[in-house]
Write a protein that binds this ligand. Structure first.
Ligand code: PEP
Ligand code: MN
Length: 339
């Protein structure tokens, strides 16, 4: 349930509503909006008696939330969430381009690729330092050394960096270095990790589990928001299907569904969806047209020598061409209210 305050409600009135909610054993979560504050009533088992709150000074309305997820839902917040990372805004209508290698392999590799993607127009740099690999014999990432290289990339290029956190043990370390903390597909329902991400002081990019429904994905985001971190970016990266013409199947319809259900920004990772270079550009074009707020694309200057995911990595010149196309497509839809 959501308690919607009057526009001119005072801080004292808001505080007394919070106290009234908490006195009944629920959790109150104030959500400051553009022109009024709403207060989410969480952890209620069963229906809450709305009349108790309706009578309090400063309360305009009490709205039932019909979905199991609350804080992530559009019912609770009508306006799109916009997340600021340095000078980059995610969720405000322009396409954010995030690019870089699958894994950080060396300082030279990272700086070379970062130089290319920055020149092409990328807004952020990606690269894994801790890599979740199917085989224990595959390259597992450079760990802390990789994080230090990411810090160097940020310092040299000015690009904010996004990198994956895999476990609780390394969370503090990743949080210290990353501008956005990524939770990968394999950890989407790692609830202790989600709870820790809820306490993080950095935005979190939550990838969709490869076999997760949209409801499960939004509930995973709810864990992070419920923990107190409202800066969550959703990332669709393809789901498992029966096909073998691509690594996963990009669920492009997730974008309009998520944008209807949630105020959180949604970006698309076409690289892990496709698993092969020749599909990445077409899928990126479609992702732009369908209304994603950004793209996260793997790029490598020497993909044949890449230590992971070379087959799906774009060459830098392909990424540069893609940036031009993405700009043209998103310009077509600028100012389209229903988009
Ligand atoms: C990644 O982006 O580096 C990654 C491992 O992606 P996913 O979790 O989607 O497989
Ligand atoms: Mn990868």
């Amino acid at each position: 349930m959501l308690v919607v305050m009057e526009k001119d409600a005072t801080k004292e009135q808001i505080d007394s509503v919070i106290t009234a909610i908490e006195n009944r054993g629920y959790t109150a979560r104030p959500i400051p909006g553009g022109d009024r504050t709403a207060i989410g009533v969480l952890r209620n088992k069963g229906a809450v008696d709305a009349s108790v709150f309706l009578g309090l000074p400063g309360v305009k309305d009490v709205v039932p939330v019909t979905k199991a997820y609350k804080l992530v839902s559009r019912e609770v917040q009508k306006e799109d969430t916009v997340i600021r990372v340095g000078d980059v805004l995610i969720g405000n209508g322009h396409m954010v381009m995030i690019a870089g290698p699958c894994a950080i392999e060396s300082e030279t590799q990272a700086l070379t690729i970062a130089g290319h993607v920055k020149k092409a127009g990328a807004h952020m740099f990606r690269g894994g330092a801790f890599k979740p690999r199917t085989s224990p014999y595959s390259f597992q990432g450079l760990g802390e050394e990789g994080l230090k290289i990411l810090a160097k990339v940020r310092q040299e290029t000015g690009l904010p960096v996004i990198t994956e956190v895999m476990d609780m043990e390394t969370f503090d370390l990743v949080e210290e270095y990353a501008d956005i903390i990524q939770i990968g597909t394999r950890n989407m329902q790692n609830f202790s990790l989600l709870r820790r991400a809820g306490k993080a002081r950095k935005p979190v990019c939550l990838k969709r589990g490869m076999a997760a429904t949209i409801d499960e994905w939004l509930m995973a985001a709810e864990y992070i928001m419920e923990g107190g971190n409202s800066e969550v970016i959703l990332c669709e990266r393809g789901v498992r299907t029966f096909v073998n013409h691509s690594r996963n199947t990009l669920d492009i319809s997730a974008v309009p569904v998520v944008r209807k259900e949630s105020h959180l920004p949604i970006i698309i990772d076409p690289s892990h969806a496709a698993g092969r270079r020749d599909q990445v550009i077409p899928l990126s074009r479609a992702s732009t047209a369908v209304g994603a707020h950004g793209l996260m694309v793997e790029v490598h200057h020497e993909p044949d020598k890449a230590m992971s995911d070379g087959a799906q990595s774009l060459y830098p010149e392909q990424f540069a061409g893609l940036c031009v196309q993405v700009r043209a497509i998103s310009d077509l839809f600028k100012g389209d209210e229903g988009f």
